[in-house]
Design a protein around this ligand. Structure first.
Ligand SMILES: Nc1nc2c(ncn2[C@@H]2O[C@H](COP(=O)(O)OP(=O)(O)OP(=O)(O)O)[C@@H](O)[C@H]2O)c(=O)[nH]1
Ligand SMILES: [Mg+2]
Length: 366
């Protein structure tokens, strides 16, 4: 899945104004009649509920709106350049890329039909007809069209999940997701099997919610250890977290503490999110035999703790019901929450010309 893409956008240039004079029979010196150039087309980004990924931007990265046409004689305006619309999935954040790294947020596209101007077309130049004055009745000047705005944009697709599963590598997060949804993430008994978030829909009869499995988190992840913490941006908007703990770990409580510390050092901190703890792998005899001890240790946390086996399904339904209840209690689905946020429409200024510049996106992931 591609969750980040870089694209180049350029509004169409304005058409040049024209120098022209009327030519009529019996009128030796006709007045100026050079028309204005047409405005260049603009580029808009449009939220499209039918789009699911940023996949298409892997192949097409450059977008140019049509240039405005040149002005013509007989006071004819040049043709206006056509606008170009780029459709993106809901949950896409658009940032302006600058030479010195990431620029500001241009838009947060969360609604179907939401349209944001990202590169305005240049204005068409005035034709010489506009420059006629009483003292200069035959002006030979016309304006050039303005160049369209150009910019590099970074698109980030924020997955919109209601519940996120966090935990140490190997805790069984992907096993849990595959148990309760149709998603089929890779599962293996080595750390960092999951390299990027995977989503699935949990069908609970009358209601359903979206569950996200994300990569494992280890101590020092905020410093880049393991797979780092970047992927947490995918669950910034989840209402509820399931903290999954491997019941067979040497010290499950301290493992959980390490992950919590990392969630706290992420910006924005995620450790104030409503959460439920699930101790996994209770089907293993060595885990089952230490259950009384685990219950004692985890009781003090003051949050709901469930004992489950993602492999056999034992205890899983209770966990899901609790997660659903917490989502419902938060009163917001991922989609509703976003409507409260403010959207900025940003109009980038023209960059110094970078004609013909080609850059490959650095952040594409498969
Ligand atoms: N016995 C038992 N094994 C489990 C259970 N859940 C997961 N496992 C095993 O634990 C290993 C890790 O499972 P994953 O689901 O890949 O763990 P993960 O948390 O997604 O790991 P990362 O993606 O690396 O962070 C696999 O070998 C699973 O088969 C369980 O409930 N019982
Ligand atoms: Mg996994």
């Amino acid at each position: 899945m591609i969750d980040r893409a870089e694209i180049y956008v350029k509004g169409g240039d304005g058409g040049n104004g024209t120098v022209s004079f009327r030519r009529e029979k019996f009128v030796p010196y006709g007045g100026p009649d050079g028309g204005d150039g047409g405005n260049g087309g603009s580029i808009y980004i449009l939220g499209d509920a039918g789009a699911a990924t940023l996949y298409s931007f892997r192949y097409k990265k450059q977008f140019r709106a049509e240039d405005g046409g040149k002005g013509k004689g007989k006071n004819m305006y040049g043709k206006r350049g056509d606008d170009l619309i780029i459709k993106v999935p809901l949950g896409t954040q658009v940032r302006l890329k600058k030479e010195d790294g990431e620029g500001g947020l241009v838009a947060d596209v969360v609604e179907h039909g939401q349209q944001v101007l990202v590169a305005g077309g240049g204005k068409g130049g005035k034709g010489n007809a506009r420059f006629a004055t009483s003292t200069n009745q035959a002006p030979r000047t016309a304006e050039k069209g303005e160049p369209g705005v150009e910019a590099w944009l970074q698109l980030d697709l924020k997955l919109i999940a209601d519940v996120g599963i966090v935990g140490y590598p190997n805790a069984g997060k992907s096993t849990l997701l595959s148990r309760v949804t149709k998603a089929r993430p890779k599962i293996a008994d080595y750390p960092f099997t999951t390299l990027e978030p995977v989503l699935g829909v949990v069908d609970m009869g009358e209601r359903s919610f979206v569950l996200a499995d994300i990569p494992g988190i280890i101590e020092g992840a905020h410093l880049g250890r393991g797979l780092g913490l970047d992927f947490l941006r995918h669950i910034e908007r989840t209402q509820v977290l399931i903290h999954l703990v491997d019941g067979g770990a040497e010290n499950p409580l301290s493992e959980m503490g390490k992950v919590e510390a990392e969630l706290g050092s992420y910006e924005p901190p995620l450790n104030d999110r409503p959460r439920v703890v699930a101790i996994n792998k209770i089907d293993l005899p060595e885990v089952r035999s230490r259950l009384p001890q685990l219950e004692k240790e985890f009781m003090g946390l003051g949050i709901p703790v469930y004992y489950i086996s993602a492999a056999t399904g034992e205890g899983v339904r209770g966990l899901l019901l609790k997660a659903l209840e917490m989502v419902v209690r938060s009163g917001k689905t991922g989609t509703e929450k976003k409507e409260e946020e403010e959207f900025k429409v940003f109009r980038p200024r023209p960059l110094p010309s970078r004609k013909g510049s080609k850059r490959e996106g650095k952040h594409d992931q498969v």
